[in-house]
Design a binder for this molecule. Structure first.
Ligand SMILES: Cc1cc2nc3c(=O)[nH]c(=O)nc-3n(C[C@H](O)[C@H](O)[C@H](O)COP(=O)(O)OP(=O)(O)OC[C@H]3O[C@@H](n4cnc5c(N)ncnc54)[C@H](O)[C@@H]3O)c2cc1C
Length: 451
């Protein structure tokens, strides 16, 4: 028995390479303890026991990440294969929606509108939910490790979203990255960032407020431009004497260009100064200054949104593609499983395909991938279908006015790449668009949590 536990410990340390093991080692180094003491670390012991869960009623599918992708996945896995026993794991205790959060920043909806319980989703859709952080997984033994113990899987779906890549704006030092994240959060990864941002913009008393648009394949292309509009609308309503400096790391507005350009000029000419091709190369956090290739900009307060990469869970567990700049997983572009493992799937914003990183994209994609996994378990196949991207962008408040885009994707055998297909763009903003944005979000929450 003792031998088995020792083997398990060694296996965990070997496969996971996770932060916790590293922490245990460095704590021992710091206290001068020898490595044998790692085996006695109580925290490690709790990782190596089985998590307390109801006995699996069928093939167990573990879904990591209860965002737009994971929530949809968990629901539709049960729907497409009622024989599956589905477990959703998220490190957070509740879900707070990023879509519509910009409208919330400008007081157009309450926090209640955005917040939903994982328990409701799991109860209504008949799956299990566990609040825990996934630390690593072992594909050979099909085991997922969390701080609450391990869980064995038949299929594993990874939908852990994105992380910031501060090195790409010249902030390499990890302490500086941490300080920048806490002081000037980007508001694109966790709900605490959103609370800080709301407090900042409501208390801002005047001066230069800096926002930026990252480059590369970042989360929700329209959202940084939308956020600039919402912050400007708030300052305008509160008669704050402020300049919003919007530094775009791209050559031009990346999406809904005519609509946003008109909003900046017609609604917020006195507030927003938009500068394209402003590649951020460094941030002086204490000095409150951003450096670009050609200039330096002082600010009084800021929201700094660095370029993004796929969750580290993917790279740390050795499944990132060696050629992916964003360290996305090495997956089949049509079936979403790892190229060398049809039991492990990667979806949502950490996917390798270049689809727009959006909640709606993740939701429609997850329905398809759930069907793929259900079919795989029955030795069947499903025809590829494109995800759908739908994105509303609010530009004005009281009443809320918004514009929108819907698009699909197609694969070109000629170029070997995906491109937009059947795009429908509405760049005229109006109150109908504003109402439609809220109705869309309500429909999505209903589907993921209640119906
Ligand atoms: C301000 C803003 C506005 C947006 N507006 C829109 C919009 O109008 N329309 C639209 O379609 N999209 C919009 N988006 C984008 C949308 O929010 C994302 O594309 C979507 O959330 C992606 O879903 P996901 O499930 O891949 O990732 P996420 O929603 O980020 O979910 C990932 C989950 O994984 C969990 N997790 C991560 N690592 C671990 C771990 N190790 N263990 C356990 N749990 C873990 C996290 O806690 C998180 O809950 C917006 C985003 C922002 C920030």
């Amino acid at each position: 028995m003792k031998k088995n536990t020792d083997l398990e410990r060694r296996r965990f340390l070997q496969v996971s390479g996770v932060a916790l093991a590293a922490t245990a080692v460095s704590a021992n180094v710091a206290t001068g303890a020898d490595n044998n003491e790692i085996r006695q670390a109580p925290a490690l012991n709790s990782l190596l026991r089985k998590a307390t869960l109801p006995r699996a009623r069928g093939q167990r599918v573990v879904v990591v990440g209860g965002g737009w992708s994971g929530l949809t996945m968990a629901k539709y896995l049960r729907r497409f294969n009622p024989g599956f026993d589905v477990l959703l794991i998220d490190r957070q205790s509740a879900f707070v929606s990023f879509p519509i959060s910009n409208s919330w920043l400008a007081d157009q909806v309450d926090l209640d509108f955005l917040s939903h319980s994982f328990f409701d989703a799991a109860n209504n859709h008949d799956y299990h939910f566990m609040q825990a952080t996934v630390l690593g997984f072992d594909r050979e033994t099909r085991r997922v490790y969390t701080e609450k113990g391990f869980v064995d899987y038949d299929y594993l779906v990874l939908a852990p979203g994105i992380e910031y890549d501060y090195a790409r704006i010249g902030v390499e030092d990890t302490e500086a990255q941490n300080l920048l994240f806490h002081r000037y959060p980007g508001g694109f990864v966790s709900s605490s960032e959103l609370l800080t941002i709301k407090r900042k913009i409501h208390r801002f008393s005047g001066g230069t407020f800096l926002l930026n648009v990252p480059n590369g394949d970042f989360r929700c292309t329209a959202a940084p431009y939308e956020r600039a509009c919402m912050v400007a609308a708030l300052f305008k309503r509160q008669r704050v004497r402020a300049k919003i400096l919007l530094l775009d790391m791209n050559a031009e507005i990346r999406i809904k260009k005519a609509g946003f350009a008109r909003a900046f000029a017609e609604l917020y000419g006195d507030y927003i100064e938009y500068l394209s091709s402003s590649e951020i190369t460094n941030v002086d956090i204490e000095g409150r200054r951003v450096e670009t290739e050609f200039d330096e900009y002082d600010f009084d307060d800021a929201i700094i949104y660095p370029p993004v990469r796929a969750s580290r869970l993917i790279e740390d567990n050795g499944i990132a593609s060696p050629i992916s700049p964003q360290k996305a997983a090495n997956t089949d572009p049509f079936r979403y499983h790892l190229l060398d493992d049809e039991r492990v799937y990667v979806t949502g914003d950490s996917r390798s395909q270049p689809f727009s990183k959006g909640g709606h994209t993740a939701h429609s994609e997850a329905q398809y991938v759930a069907e793929v996994i259900a079919a795989h378990a029955l030795d069947k196949e499903v025809r590829w279908r494109s995800p759908q991207t739908m994105c509303f962008s609010a530009v004005d408040i009281d009443p809320l006015r918004a514009m929108s885009i819907i698009t699909y994707y197609k694969f070109s055998d000629k170029t070997g790449q995906f491109a937009f297909d059947r795009t429908h763009l509405i760049e005229r903003w109006d109150t109908q668009g504003g109402q439609a944005s809220l109705a869309w979000a309500e429909g999505m929450y209903r589907d993921m949590f209640y119906s």
